[in-house]
Ligand binder design. Structure first.
Ligand code: ATP
Ligand code: MG
Length: 572
């Protein structure tokens, strides 16, 4: 490909809309352009890289035995009503109506469609197991589309679905996808970490997210410094018996005045005690019934954990009127002593002494609180977000550390939630009718592409891994006025093409500085510079974008050398 005939609009400055480095580079290197919030056009260079990511995914899915299908983005709304997800996914779904006034949605995911297909086409144990996948466009009305391709309203996903006759089979299918994912991300040139994750609106039993570790990641995760434990912060467990040294405070509980001090910060300042000595009391409505949830003042309550502990379907923070009714006090003075609603307390409060809690009375708190002595009936559960420095919940001596990551893939054990709802059943060997056991497996293809950039870059631009680079080699003809340079550049370009390396030839009539800057920005793995002076010495210069190392070779040897390097890079 000749730069002079390409649409490769590089930008010196990042547009204001671009917030994180990979988003800036996506635009600056001329890979994509924004159409509207969360909507992007892929320009030729970006599309080439995207196709390579897709191809890697396709190869690994095929290798794992998955069968490629292609399902429609437009789906009848009825189907979604049957699994209850018309409600749970209502906020993210785009709704449309056809000329016959039929309601349709633009698929945010495809569990319903594939399970409906399997319900119709598979009915015997002889047809199991099967795993299907597609690479297809998804639509989600995200509240905050941002970071370019990372969180878009329309994006490309690889979604796969496994169907098995029994648990052991479902486990094997899950593991096959898990290891395919490890190979996919490794081949794409990104380092990922698989972490335990919450199953969210997907439901099901357990799941792992594949995170690309990056400062700019939207997801927090914790991992143990000693053992293999790693989990999304939403999901991460706390050690069941955190080691806390409580003060030897045996004084009786006492109400003290705290005029105007409502927040943890205000109370801890007013009474001059650390926030960890305070009890944060939150009133929730669990399926419309008020409950109280307690966490230490310096910790955040994790609503996912509270929902799991209470078994509530719907959980919302109580409104001010409810709080005042339940506590008999204005908002900001709630505490567990004397509360007449079910109380759930975080594990970190177990055995707590010398604590401070709201007095359920305006402008007052209780000090010297001893949980066992002063608080009535309550249930302890893991409610707070885990954080860096906490003991590991799995091994005895490890400590958790926090990292940030970009979720590029997610694998779920779904069980029979969808097969039961949509009647995907089969007859087993003894003729008994059973629901198939499912798994589902997603990769954000467009998000992965940008994650590759996020993890492979420097001050000057992108440093594409060979496997997904739009082109593998750029040939820069430094001076178009020099006939020998032009002729050598053209010959190299033709020979590299003939050798199957898909080269890009910078044949623009531009200053060398501009061309070199653009070459670094676009970041193809190898740059061959054909300059007057080196050519006079009978060589061209080959620079590796990732390491910056340079070799000089006669033009005739350059092609063989590059073919060898690219092949090595693709294998390694
Ligand atoms: P997130 O928590 O980031 O919203 P999710 O849990 O909604 O992701 P899944 O439903 O599991 O995501 O979708 C599978 C994959 O699709 C994700 O791992 C992610 O890589 C990608 N993905 C999800 N939402 C988007 C989006 N709005 N834009 C681009 N990629 C997305
Ligand atoms: Mg989402």
């Amino acid at each position: 490909m000749r730069w002079s005939r390409q649409l490769l609009p590089t930008l010196r400055e990042a547009p204001l809309e671009a917030e994180i480095p990979s988003h800036q580079l996506l635009l600056r290197a001329g890979l994509a352009r924004r159409l509207g919030a969360g909507l992007y056009t892929f320009l030729p260079a970006g599309l080439r890289a995207l196709r390579k990511v897709e191809q890697i995914i396709r190869e690994e899915m095929d290798r794992a035995g998955a069968l490629e299908v292609l399902m429609p983005a437009l789906q009848p709304t009825d189907l979604w009503a049957r699994t209850g997800r018309l409600e749970t996914l209502r906020d993210v779904m785009f709704h449309v109506r056809d000329r016959q006034e039929r309601d349709l949605v633009l698929g945010p995911t495809h569990e319903e469609v594939i399970t409906d297909l399997v319900a119709r086409e598979i009915n015997s144990w002889r047809q199991l197991p099967r795993t299907f996948y597609q690479i297809q466009t998804k639509f989600r009305d995200e509240i905050r589309p941002r970071f370019g391709l990372m969180r878009a309203k329309e994006f490309i996903m690889k979604d796969a679905y496994s169907f098995d006759a029994d648990e052991a089979g479902a486990d094997a299918s899950y593991r096959a996808m898990y290891s395919a994912y490890e190979r996919i991300f490794q081949r794409c040139g990104v380092r990922t970490k698989a972490v335990e994750a919450d199953t969210g609106a997907m439901g099901g039993k357990s799941s792992h997210e594949f995170m690309v570790l990056a400062e700019s990641g939207e997801d927090g995760l914790v991992e143990c410094e000693r053992c293999a434990y790693a989990a999304n912060r939403e999901r991460a467990e706390s050690a069941t018996a955190p080691r806390i040294e409580w003060p030897e405070d045996r004084a009786p509980a006492e109400i003290v005045a705290t005029p105007g001090a409502r927040t943890i910060e205000q109370v801890s300042q007013y009474l001059d005690v650390a926030p960890s000595r305070l009890v944060k009391t939150l009133i929730y409505l669990a399926d419309s019934r008020p409950i109280a949830a307690l966490v230490p003042g310096d910790r955040e309550l994790n609503e996912i954990k509270l929902r799991r502990a209470t078994g509530a379907e719907a959980l919302t923070l109580a409104d001010d009127a409810t709080i005042e009714r339940v506590t008999g006090a204005p908002v900001g003075f709630a505490g567990p002593i004397g509360l007449n609603v079910p109380i759930w307390a975080d594990l970190w409060l177990r055995g707590g002494r010398g604590l401070i809690a709201g007095a359920n009375r305006a402008d007052a708190h209780v000090v010297h609180v001893d949980f066992e002595r002063d608080v009535g009936e309550l249930a302890f559960a893991d409610l707070a977000f885990a954080r860096g420095g906490d003991p590991c919940p799995r091994c005895s001596d490890g400590v958790l550390r926090e990292q940030r990551g970009i979720e590029v893939g997610h694998v779920f054990r779904l069980g029979t939630k969808y097969s039961r709802a949509l009647g995907a059943e089969f007859l087993d060997e003894s003729g008994v009718r059973k629901p198939v056991i499912m798994g589902c497996y997603g990769i954000g293809v467009t998000r992965t592409l940008q994650a590759v950039i996020e993890q492979n870059r420097d001050e000057q631009g992108i440093r594409w891994p060979i496997s997904v680079a739009p082109w593998s080699v750029e040939v820069v003809v430094v001076n178009l006025q020099n006939a020998a340079c032009v002729e050598t550049g053209e010959r190299l370009y033709a020979e590299l093409g003939a050798a199957g390396l898909d080269p890009l030839l910078d044949d623009r009539d531009a200053r060398p500085g501009v061309k070199f800057n653009d070459a670094d920005l676009l970041g193809l793995p190898f740059r061959v510079t054909v300059g007057e002076r080196s050519l006079a010495r009978g060589v061209v210069e080959i620079r590796r974008r990732a390491g910056g190392d340079v070799v000089e070779l006669p033009p005739a040897e350059a092609v063989t050398w590059l073919v060898g390097q690219v092949r090595k890079g693709l294998e390694g």
